[in-house]
Structure formats: C-alpha cells, structure tokens
Design a binder for this molecule. Structure first.
Ligand code: AHR
Length: 495
C-alpha cells in the first residue's frame, strides 16, 4: 500500500511530559524479589539491588515507577516494610496468594528509585484500609520531622523526607477480584475524603483516582462519572488500565490495539469533561494510564498460584516481534494524546509482563518490547506534533476499520523532528511519503521488523530481536519516502 503524511512544526499538540515514560514495580511474582532486588546475586550492590537491572532500567529511559501495586496494595500494610529487616513480619499476600517476607519495603524502594534516577509514584491501600492509614503513610514519607511518624522514618535511617509528589488513591477498586472492592459511590466518597485529608497534610501532592480496571468492565464510563462526581475538585488524574493480546488468534485486532487505546483515552476524557461541565468547573482532570502493556491473559489467565509460595514465577510473558510492534504503537497513542495523558506506566518493569527479564543468580536481558520503549523514551522530546496519515485501513473483528499506519512525531528544541510510525498491515509493506519542513534531512532511521514475527529474545539469545538500520529510504525534493515492512515499528529522525 501507499500512504502519506506531513510533518509541520506549526501543528503542536503539547509538550512531551516525561512522566509518560513510567513503569511499574509491584510485589508480584519476581518483579521485586530476584528482579530488581536480589541480595547475594553476584551483581547486587550493598543494598541488594541488582546493578545489571539498574543499568537496564536507565537504558530503558524509565522516568517514573509506580509502587507497590497493583492488586497487591489493596491488602498491604506499609508499616510491615519499614524498620529493621529482622523485625519485619511475614505476611500473606492475598492478591497473588504469595508469601511476603517484607525484606523490601518503602525505604528500599525509594533508595532504589534514587539510584535509578526515577520519580516514585506511590499507591495507597484503599481496599482494606482507609483515610487514617493513608495519612500515616504520607506523614511518614513526606513530613520533615518532629512528629511520631516522621521521627520514626528518621529513626529508620532516612533523615530527609522522601517528598513523594504523586499518589494513587487505591488500585482497581471496581474489580471484584480486588481486596476491599467497592461500588463507585463508596469508592468516590472514600477517594474524596482521603484526598481532602491528604491535601491538608501536604498541599503539594498530585492525586490519582481509580478509573475502571479495563474498558470491558460492565461499569466502564459510569464508574469514572460517579467517582468524579464525588471527587472532581479534589483529584488531579483519573486512571486507565489496558492490556492487549491476540485473544483467539485475532492478530489484526491485536495490531490495532493502539487505535483502541486512543478510543479509550478519548472516551474517558469526554466522561471527565461531562462531569466537569455539570459541576460548572474550569478544571480539567488529566489521565493517568498507569497500567498498560501486552499481556497474554488468555494464556496465563492472570491467576494467583494455588500453593502459597515466595515470589513464584507469575505471568512471565515472553514477547515476540509482533508484541514489540504493538507496544511501539501503544507508545505512539500515548504521545498522540499528550495534551490529556499526563502520566503513563508500562506494567511491569522486571519479569512480570516486563521489558527486563532476569534469572535468579543469573543474567538479565532485554525482551523485544524493551526496544520501542527505550527508543521512544530517548528520542520523543520537546513538543508532540499533530500527524494525520492518509492511508489504507485494515478490517478488524474487534474494532472495525483501523488505519494501516499509526504515527506520531515530536519536535525538539533544535528544530529536529522524530517520526514514530507503525505499519500494522500484515498483507504487505507500505510506501510512506513524508512531506518535510524545509531544511530537514534524515539523520537516523531504525526499524523493528522481522521475517519471523514469532522471534523472541532469551537468556541464551538475548540479541535475537533488536532494532536495525532502516532500508529503502529515498529523498525526492523535500519529501522522504520510506518502505515500512509489514508489521513493523520505525523511528526516523530528521535534523
Ligand atoms: O499488572 C498486573 C495486575 O494487573 C495488577 O496487579 C492489577 O492492578 C492489574 O489487574
């Protein structure tokens, strides 16, 4: 097929918010234990943090990490994870039916985050706990000193407050699987009262209310409306979560996941704006897409293990080339909606549906999905440009007609433009003609594509799937023409 698009520095969507390149560390499976934290590993530092995983986290370009869950947080007592390690209790994690020894907790996470150079995003337990415990955690973490809980933090060896800016008011409380699951009215009131109290304690915090667990929930849309009717003026963000997989072998719909994600973003933005209109509010609620990824849920089921175990192998999804292209397209969607999405977290960082894999005592390596994330996080800088390709469409069973070409571009401070584009068409390559502003020429051209779309990386062959220099680029006057292989992700910089 053929397609065309224009890159015009005058058509700005908004700035690239660094918080769009977030990730997620949950106490689930081997994300924390034997993922980022493994005392005794040959590459662990004095705190037990795996330096190989720290290096990969930096290379991935992660800016922010949500912690400690996820479903885990809804039955978590943060106090269990602070203070002398030998005094910390072992607990039952009911979300994943795992044994939690609490050897890694709040202060370890914040020390790890500082070493990784990322901003923490903390989730509060609003499942089995409430306003009082949320206040206690924020006092412990953010108050300078001279009160019981801030002095307790200091006694635990952390003199300066952590000053955590971003807090999630619970996790997926619309889901019947969630400990302390609630109705929208119950949760909306609890979110509002928690937010009101937290703002008294620390007016500088930004707060995320829980939206729906996924767009297939029976209350999708209605849940957000009811929650915001209670909490509109007290929260800054409403959350979205979405996981995609080629369920029933429907690869064309899977490849159109980015278009579905955009539909979801626009639906929730409209819902929030509807509530704002009814309340006569001039505030805009932003979106926090704080869980997104490819997850073969139809294969793994997302189930908890039946036996109680310490850090069992849970949902260790191995990603192939198609998955990496879909992840690239989801990042494109987040950028295309940068005027509304202020935070986004790929779930998760290590081992659990993750770009980084590890073996206990062994190596760490990059999954296929690592690459589009790392390149987008590194090169999407400055302002997002509005890009509207003229292209063929692909018919999908789930989402109807989806454009074959999915694209976004960013404009850097020096006038350079980086185009990110996916050809989601399995039927063949696409000749894409790009109209460039005067003076720009191709500077770097990388693509992720493969004759074998099921190729994966592994400990034995960690470099099997990686970006390679793009081919078939021609200049014709001010236009550049690229050949996009079928099912491919491309990044091209013009400077
Ligand atoms: O990321 C895995 C799980 O998916 C999270 O714990 C939960 O919030 C979501 O359902």
């Amino acid at each position: 097929s053929t397609a065309r698009l224009t890159l015009d520095p005058a058509f700005l969507i908004g700035p690239v918010e660094p918080r769009l390149f977030g990730s997620f560390v949950e106490h689930m499976g081997r994300c924390v234990y034997t993922g980022i934290f493994e005392p005794g590993h040959p590459l662990a530092d004095a705190d037990g943090f795996r330096t190989d995983v720290l290096e990969l986290t930096r290379e991935l370009g992660v800016t922010l990490v949500r912690y400690p869950g996820g479903n885990f947080v809804s039955n978590y007592r943060w106090e269990d994870g602070v203070g002398p390690v030998e005094e910390r209790p072992a607990r039952l994690d009911l979300a994943w039916r795992s044994l939690e020894d609490n050897s890694f907790g709040l202060n370890e996470f914040l020390a790890w985050a500082a070493r990784a150079g990322i901003e923490p995003m903390m989730a509060l337990n609003l499942g089995t706990r409430g306003v009082a415990e949320a206040l206690e955690l924020v006092e412990y973490a953010n108050y300078p000193g001279g009160t019981r809980l801030s002095d307790l933090r200091r006694a635990h060896g952390v003199d300066k407050p952590h000053d955590i800016r971003l807090w999630c008011l619970g996790n997926e409380l619309d889901g019947p699987w969630q400990m302390g699951h609630k109705t929208a009215r119950e949760y909306g009131r609890l979110a509002a009262e928690t937010a009101r109290a937290l703002r008294r304690l620390d007016p500088g915090v930004s707060l995320v209310a829980c939206g729906s667990s996924n767009s297939g929930m029976p209350t999708f849309g209605q849940w957000e409306a009811e929650v915001l009717e209670s909490a509109y003026d007290l929260v800054d963000y409403i959350s979205l979560h979405a996981y995609y997989d080629p369920a029933d072998g429907d690869v064309d719909s899977f490849l159109a996941s980015g278009a579905d994600m955009e539909h979801m973003i626009r639906s929730i933005a409209a819902t929030a704006d509807h509530v704002g209109a009814k309340l006569r509010s001039r505030r805009k609620i932003k979106l926090s897409f704080d869980e997104w990824n490819v997850w073969y849920q139809s294969r793994f089921g997302g189930e908890a293990s039946l036996e109680w175990a310490e850090h069992p192998r849970l949902i260790e999804n191995v990603y192939d080339v198609t998955d990496a292209v879909v992840v690239g397209s989801l990042l494109i969607t987040l950028l295309r909606n940068a005027d509304r999405v202020g935070v986004a977290c790929q779930a998760q960082l290590a081992n659990v549906i993750a770009p980084i894999m590890t073996e206990p005592g062994g190596p760490a390596w990059r999954q296929s999905i690592f690459h589009p994330f790392a390149l987008t996080a590194r090169h999407a800088r400055g302002q997002v440009l509005r890009v509207e390709p003229e292209c063929a469409s692909v018919s999908t069973d789930k989402y109807g007609e989806a454009p074959a070409i999915w694209a976004t571009a960013t404009l850097g401070d020096a006038g350079e433009i980086t185009l990110f584009v996916v050809n989601r068409d399995r039927r063949g390559p696409c000749e894409l003609r790009v109209a460039l502003p005067q003076g720009l020429l191709p500077a770097e051209h990388l693509e992720l594509a493969d004759d074998d779309l099921s190729a994966v990386n592994s400990a034995a062959d960690p470099g099997r799937v990686a970006p390679r220099p793009g081919t078939g680029l021609r200049m014709d006057g001010r236009d550049a023409t690229l050949t996009l292989p079928p099912v491919s992700w491309t990044m091209i910089r013009f400077a």
